[in-house]
Design a protein around this ligand. Structure first.
Ligand SMILES: CC(C)(COP(=O)(O)OP(=O)(O)OC[C@H]1O[C@@H](n2cnc3c(N)ncnc32)[C@H](O)[C@@H]1OP(=O)(O)O)[C@@H](O)C(=O)NCCC(=O)NCCS
Length: 142
């Protein structure tokens, strides 16, 4: 990772800046679950696991990380367009996995839009396993 980039836990006050990054980042899917209150609830349920990358005090990368006691989940991995290919996402994922390991979690999952070629290239490059034996189903519960 480039000098001048630091990682730290994602704090509740980071939401507006992180949200702006997500909105500017094709490949990050946003829904009602990404409004302020649900994201703060996610952070509170998974203390210290989600991270931001900072450059000159500005958020240039994010990763949301949680688990359900059994498996970990990664959401909203994003690096600002001006900071890509400098190792930020790799560093965020390494730190995320270390955090999950520290909580006794043995595997984590993530979802990528099928058409997201750069996202898929990233996950492939860091050794994530592509699961062609699974499909995703969703059920609304509201
Ligand atoms: C995918 C994404 C997070 C990668 O962030 P990044 O900080 O640029 O990634 P890194 O610099 O850590 O890249 C690590 C390696 O991943 C691979 N990689 C990253 N981006 C790539 C791309 N666009 N095409 C091909 N390979 C890529 C490379 O092997 C790279 O190593 P290298 O630069 O030494 O060749 C970033 O492009 C992004 O925010 N995309 C939009 C959001 C998204 O798709 N998120 C992932 C879906 S959950």
């Amino acid at each position: 990772m480039s000098p001048g980039i630091t990682l730290r836990p994602f704090l509740p006050g980071d939401y507006p800046e992180a949200r702006a990054l997500w909105e500017a980042t094709p490949g990050v899917g946003l829904s009602a679950a990404d409004e302020h209150a649900p994201i703060l609830a996610f952070l509170a349920r998974n203390p210290g696991l989600s991270l931001v990358a900072l450059h000159d005090g500005r958020i240039v990368g994010t990763i949301l990380v949680g688990h359900d006691g059994r498996r970990g989940f990664i959401h909203h991995l994003a690096t600002g367009a001006d900071h890509r290919r400098t190792g930020i996402a790799r560093a965020l994922v390494d730190a995320a996995i270390a955090g999950l390991r520290g909580e006794g979690i043995g595997k984590c999952h993530l979802m990528v839009f099928e058409m997201n070629r750069e996202g898929r290239a990233f996950w492939h490059s860091i050794g994530a396993t592509f699961r062609d034996d699974l499909v995703l189903y969703s059920i609304p519960v509201e």
